[in-house]
Design a binder for this molecule. Structure first.
Ligand SMILES: CC(C)(COP(=O)(O)OP(=O)(O)OC[C@H]1O[C@@H](n2cnc3c(N)ncnc32)[C@H](O)[C@@H]1OP(=O)(O)O)[C@@H](O)C(=O)NCCC(=O)NCCS
Length: 356
């Protein structure tokens, strides 16, 4: 490593770097062999503090055993086009990413129980839904496969990670990157927006993400916000009798979901929408914590949801409400009779989830 080229502001801790290995799909391994350099791509798993992968007992991966290898993986957070930052110059075009490198010695795992544990960890990583018998070394179903397969472990001698997320840029540039991602709204852009914001905790929240009463409008909530959002909507009249897991899945699968968080990070409002990006979007599960009602938060959150990239381009936004017509009227919603003399129909599968 040429130390002079390394910018400390981008450096990740070892624990953060190992997390990237845990979450990215494939690993690339490079090794110098007597026959020349070898570079291979494998599905790997972090197990017991080491990177592990498997292969055939005859394959070229054998050439790695006993040698020092470099393992790398990366995660492209977002390609940021020049026009996010400058109307004319191409120069500001950039990519924000995380990339990690691990140096270690490739060792063959021989002990059957240890091999089985690595193979089971690989299954848990790539087939988390299960659907197979647990891999145990002495199970007749697996014993001979465990015996034959090559299992390799690379214990880290050093780990290095680089997270290039604009740490060297000023507040105005980061504000432009965040706003550009919100405006462009391509797949992955809102998740990228959140990653970049979290890398800049000291930077001010962009005005368009600020809600009333000191709240933050989180445009890319994830599993971390689910319990808070569920607590707000679970008891509401439209969810009576619906299991929490179903409401949770609906939030994660919605094309647009936003929450508001208070200064302590607690979820104090939530709203979601689903749509087809062109014709219509349907708003569901809108709720504000009782302590925050009447302070303009519902209006701010639903207003921002209407500008969400998955919602803003549709012809019609629809919703149903029992008694909040006045609230939605402040956002331009009106009751409308069925169009073209049509009737709204509904089908409830006889067994939930399994239409006949
Ligand atoms: C409805 C709800 C989301 C409104 O959130 P909120 O943060 O209190 O609303 P805001 O403070 O942004 O109010 C915006 C405007 O709507 C009005 N408004 C708020 N709730 C209203 C309601 N239930 N009926 C009629 N008008 C209402 C407010 O008076 C305010 O008008 P103003 O600006 O002229 O004063 C909130 O009361 C709530 O969570 N209710 C329980 C869940 C629910 O009914 N959700 C909607 C299901 S479709």
């Amino acid at each position: 490593m040429l130390r002079g080229m390394w910018d400390d502001r981008f450096e990740m801790s070892e624990a953060e770097a190992l997390e990237v290995f845990r979450h990215t799909g494939v690993l690339r391994l490079a090794v110098a062999t007597p026959k020349g350099p070898l570079l291979r791509t494998v599905d790997g798993v972090v197990h017991d503090g080491a990177l592990c992968f498997h292969g055939g007992d005859q394959g070229e991966k054998l050439a790695m055993l006993g040698r020092e290898v470099m393992v790398t993986t990366d995660h492209t957070v977002a390609h940021l086009p020049s026009w996010f930052f400058d109307e004319r110059r191409a120069c500001p075009a950039t990519t924000y990413y995380r990339s990690v490198h691990l140096r270690g010695r490739a060792e063959r795992v021989d002990e059957p129980a240890a091999k089985a544990a690595v193979l089971q960890a690989l299954m848990e990583r790539f087939q988390p839904e299960g659907g197979h018998q647990r891999i145990e070394a002495h199970d007749p179903l697996y014993a001979s496969v465990v015996d034959k397969l090559l299992v390799v472990r690379v214990r880290p001698l050093s780990i290095q990670g680089k997270a290039k997320l604009g740490q060297h840029k000023g507040a105005r540039t980061i504000a432009k990157a965040l706003h550009g991602l919100w405006q462009r709204g391509a797949p992955g852009d809102l998740a990228a927006l959140r990653i970049i914001r979290e890398a800049h905790p000291q930077r001010p929240t962009p005005p368009w993400m600020r809600g009333p009463a000191g709240t933050l409008l989180e445009v890319a909530p994830d599993e971390r916000e689910l319990p808070g959002a569920l607590a707000l909507v679970e008891g509401e009249y439209w969810n009576v009798g619906v299991e929490a897991s179903r409401i949770a899945r609906a939030h994660l699968a919605s094309s647009a979901w936003m929450v508001a968080r208070d200064e302590l990070g607690q979820v104090v409002a939530t709203a979601r929408a689903m749509g087809d990006d062109a014709q219509a979007a349907w708003i569901h599960d809108v709720a504000v914590h009782p302590r925050y009602r009447g302070r303009g938060l519902g209006q701010a959150l639903v207003g921002r949801l209407l500008d969400h990239p998955r919602v803003r381009g549709v012809r019609r936004v629809l919703l149903q409400t029992r008694d909040a017509q006045g609230f939605y009227a402040t956002l331009g919603f009106m009751a409308h009779p069925p169009r073209h003399d049509t009737l709204a129909l509904e089908r409830v599968p006889t067994e939930l989830g399994r239409p006949r």
